[in-house]
Design a protein around this ligand. Structure first.
Ligand SMILES: NC(=O)CC[C@H](N)C(=O)O
Length: 313
């Protein structure tokens, strides 16, 4: 997408979005993971990373929050990078589920593959594929090194969140073993699940998240570090997956209203990608019924409408 916007214009609109959405009281923190229930609901940060490396920040952009499902995006790119874009399509898939992120029904309905690496089943499957297979420490290093390159700085595990999530992830345990039943897990199921749980428990700031989005929008070149982190051919692949399932059962409504591919996490983060133009990150813990941050989506929608960022337009 080609837009003739000045950095000052973008900055003004990001600030406006923040002001307009700040006092919204909709939604509720995730509470099925005890750690997330206790994060302050009033936190709110917006960050935009532009292709020239400028990062615009408003609000709580230095707060370290749980990346949760947004971590599915970097791991999917890593698996594409390790195996090629066709293999991930064949072993995992790229379909929308139209169902909640942790749906078991989605696995049963589409039992030839787990649909998409951006829902829990496909993400656990993707973690099982990460090389080196059979080596938990090696997989973890591959994932965290890659995330650090995408964001331009390392991410740190939130130990308390990891413990909270590991103690309560019974549904995800069922998913891992159901995938095993269908031969759609490519390493030890418990190891793949643990890697998935750990990656969801990584801490990230809105600023880091916007740089990650900026790297995808900038075809694999991190706009801040100027490093080519992944092949440019993979950028439209991951962006199409984000557009297809990024808001789970509300993805169609979201794409219809905003036209911005974006991926949410139950920690309250949303990662938006406007190809060639910007990465947008918004963070606010209260969520809608599908697990998408209410304020974050309103802020991104405001920015998209004001700046004309609908990718279908
Ligand atoms: N949508 C999400 O952010 C869900 C991630 C969370 N770790 C889970 O598996 O339930």
């Amino acid at each position: 997408m080609n837009k003739n916007l000045t950095n000052d214009q973008i900055k003004a609109v990001v600030q406006e979005a923040y002001n307009v959405v700040k006092s919204d009281t909709g939604g509720k923190n995730a509470d099925y993971i005890p750690y997330l229930a206790n994060v302050s609901s009033s936190l709110f940060g917006l960050s935009v990373c532009l292709p020239d490396g400028e990062v615009i920040e408003v609000g709580d952009t230095g707060y370290v929050f749980g990346i949760e499902s947004v971590s599915k995006v970097p791991t999917a790119i890593l698996v594409m990078k390790q195996y090629g874009a066709d293999v991930i399509l064949q072993k995992i898939g790229a379909d929308a589920t139209g169902l909640p992120f942790n749906s078991i029904m989605a696995i049963l309905l589409e039992n030839d593959h787990p649909s998409s690496p951006l829902v829990n089943a496909g993400a656990i499957s993707a973690c099982s594929m990460v090389k080196p297979v059979g080596d938990s420490a090696g997989k973890w290093k591959a994932i965290t090194d890659f995330l650090g390159q995408l964001c331009g700085s390392p991410l740190v595990l939130i130990d308390e969140l990891y413990k909270s999530e590991s103690d309560t992830n019974f549904n995800n345990r069922s998913i891992a073993w159901l995938l095993k039943n269908y031969n759609r897990i490519y390493d030890d199921p418990d190891m793949a699940l643990d890697i998935y749980t750990r990656q969801c428990s990584l801490g990230i700031t809105p600023k880091q998240l916007s740089i990650c989005g900026g790297t995808i929008a900038n075809r694999g070149v991190n706009p801040v570090t100027k490093t080519q982190v992944f092949d440019k051919a993979l950028a439209p692949k991951i962006t199409s997956m984000i557009a297809t399932v990024g808001f789970y059962q509300h993805t169609g409504d979201w794409m219809y209203t905003s036209g911005v591919p974006a991926k949410t996490g139950v920690g309250g983060g949303v990662l938006g990608v406007v190809p060639g133009v910007m990465g947008i990150a918004a963070f606010s813990p209260p969520l809608d019924d599908a697990g998408n941050s209410v304020k974050a989506q309103k802020a991104i929608l405001y920015i998209a409408n004001k700046l004309g960022l609908n990718i279908f337009d």
